[in-house]
Design a protein around this ligand. Sequence first.
Ligand SMILES: CC(=O)N[C@H]1[C@@H](OP(=O)(O)OP(=O)(O)OC[C@H]2O[C@@H](n3ccc(=O)[nH]c3=O)[C@H](O)[C@@H]2O)O[C@H](CO)[C@@H](O)[C@@H]1O[C@H](C)C(=O)N[C@@H](C)C(=O)N[C@H](CCC(=O)O)C(=O)O
Ligand SMILES: Nc1ncnc2c1ncn2[C@@H]1O[C@H](COP(=O)(O)OP(=O)(O)OP(=O)(O)O)[C@@H](O)[C@H]1O
Ligand SMILES: N[C@H](CCC[C@H](N)C(=O)O)C(=O)O
Ligand SMILES: [Mg+2]
Length: 494
Amino acid sequence: MRLHDLVAPILIKQLIGSDEVHIDSVTADSRNVRPGSLFVALRGYTVDGHDFVRGAVEAGASAVLVEEAFEGLAAPQIIVRDTRAVIAVLASVFYRHPSKSMKVIGVTGTNGKTTTTHLIEAILSDAGHKTGLIGTIKTRIGDREFENANTTPEALELQATFREMLDIGTEYPVMEVSSHAVELNRVAGVDFHTAVYTNLSQDHLDYHNTMEEYRLAKAKFFSRLGNTYEDAADRNKAAIINADDEHAEYFLKATTAQTLTYGIDKEADLRAVNVKIEADGVSYRVLSYAGEETFRLQMTGKFSVYNALAATAAALVQGISLADIKKSLERVSGVNGRFESVQAGQDFAVIVDYSHTPDSLENALKTIREFAKGRVTCIVGCGGDRDRTKRPLMAQIAEQYADLTVITSDNPRTEDPDAILDDMEAGLADVVKSRYVRITDRREAIRYAVERAKADDVILIAGKGHETYQIIGRTKHHFDDREVAAQAIRGELA
Ligand SMILES: CC(=O)N[C@H]1[C@@H](OP(=O)(O)OP(=O)(O)OC[C@H]2O[C@@H](n3ccc(=O)[nH]c3=O)[C@H](O)[C@@H]2O)O[C@H](CO)[C@@H](O)[C@@H]1O[C@H](C)C(=O)N[C@@H](C)C(=O)N[C@H](CCC(=O)O)C(=O)O
Ligand SMILES: Nc1ncnc2c1ncn2[C@@H]1O[C@H](COP(=O)(O)OP(=O)(O)OP(=O)(O)O)[C@@H](O)[C@H]1O
Ligand SMILES: N[C@H](CCC[C@H](N)C(=O)O)C(=O)O
Ligand SMILES: [Mg+2]
């Protein structure tokens, strides 16, 4: 592709050299530069991509896209105000706008993104559609699956993924859209067909500073939806909003697309009534403009009803019947690491869950309280190099709902594991010591809880869900809560 054509849609401050060169790859990582590459310098959190511009040209870059001019550079330079803002547009142009030829469904919100995307994907593929998936657990393109560094990939990787999906005939990419992704313009060039909002609660305040900023990042996603009504596919573009969430009105206002609401407590286009939560599932009746059905899910908790309602709304918009949606959702046994139960022949319950925010932890524990016959133990930690303000809150929530709380390590990353536990313990200052224990080693914490469990008790192991590793320092060690719990139950950890 000619550089001239590639950069045609962007506002250029200055062009140094010729834009007639040929570009056959675009990258923001100097380590991937080869002859024919356009290197885009991004200012990161750890380093500045501009420091690698000269190196990129030495490695053969055919041109660079930068925010400041470099003297005596042996390659053409395109200078723009904000490279991060234009990279998403470039990525879409370079891969020939694949999102325009598919119906991209994006799910955003603090909790429930992974679960909801999996549910939507299950319904659509049961209905005979070719789907793709992008999110926390994995990306799936046709039969090819791989793990991601981030929940939502950077724009170039995202558009390359869309291109590959389109080339094999995918109709529906279903993806998680994190607030970081919106803020960092990872999804700016994506033509979404359906946008789903789950909820908003505290997380990532290390990054977004205030809840208001965090909410704005999510709102940007909805404000980009709509405004095009060129063909039939555009016409049923929709924003799907959780009516029970306190920010519902805000998101409804943020979009010009058609909207569909879902809820349990408040009036909504899709409403669940008669919600009955049990240990092995939840049942409810959906009242909607598309009819009524009683659902019996294999997943439990009120939050599962919300995720299922969101998925139901997203599927109704695509023209799938409520009866077919019911069949698909009832077939789903659960999502990897989300409220997953560990069975190793014990007479108490062990549940592994990815609750790593105050809100999700509270939901998980409230749900357990609804069916637990015996004592409830909560094993919980907080990730290092992440939002510190959630630490005391998560410890408090665990202590409030559980009979025994074991605070332990999650992924300490580059922080001192004990300093993280100090932050958590600060939330337990008024709590009698017998209600909680502090065990830094996660394996030991799980063993401690399992050894003390009696018939009918419930142990919640929160925070890591599907993760099969623990990051200590910069090293990823193999660690799987489900595996460790089973070993503890079988007495193999002693
Ligand atoms: C805060 C954040 O989002 N950071 C992302 C960012 O890292 P960074 O800003 O530190 O990048 P950097 O290392 O400073 O590099 C800056 C630029 O220089 C380039 N570079 C660097 C070195 C070199 O030799 N040559 C070179 O060209 C890099 O390719 C990059 O373009 O760019 C990286 C490369 O794309 C991302 O992997 C990284 O995500 C990190 C792993 C991360 O932890 N992100 C989290 C906070 C995140 O995004 N989470 C959300 C939500 C999670 C949820 O679901 O709750 C997500 O979507 O995953
Ligand atoms: N709708 C919901 N509301 C509140 N909590 C939820 C909801 N759905 C799931 N949870 C809880 O949050 C945890 C994470 O769920 P899930 O992985 O689906 O969310 P996510 O938004 O993808 O999270 P992440 O941002 O970490 O990728 C679950 O293990 C469960 O405890
Ligand atoms: N996508 C989230 C996952 C957190 C999971 C938890 N186990 C942790 O490590 O904090 C993040 O990177 O903030
Ligand atoms: Mg997720």
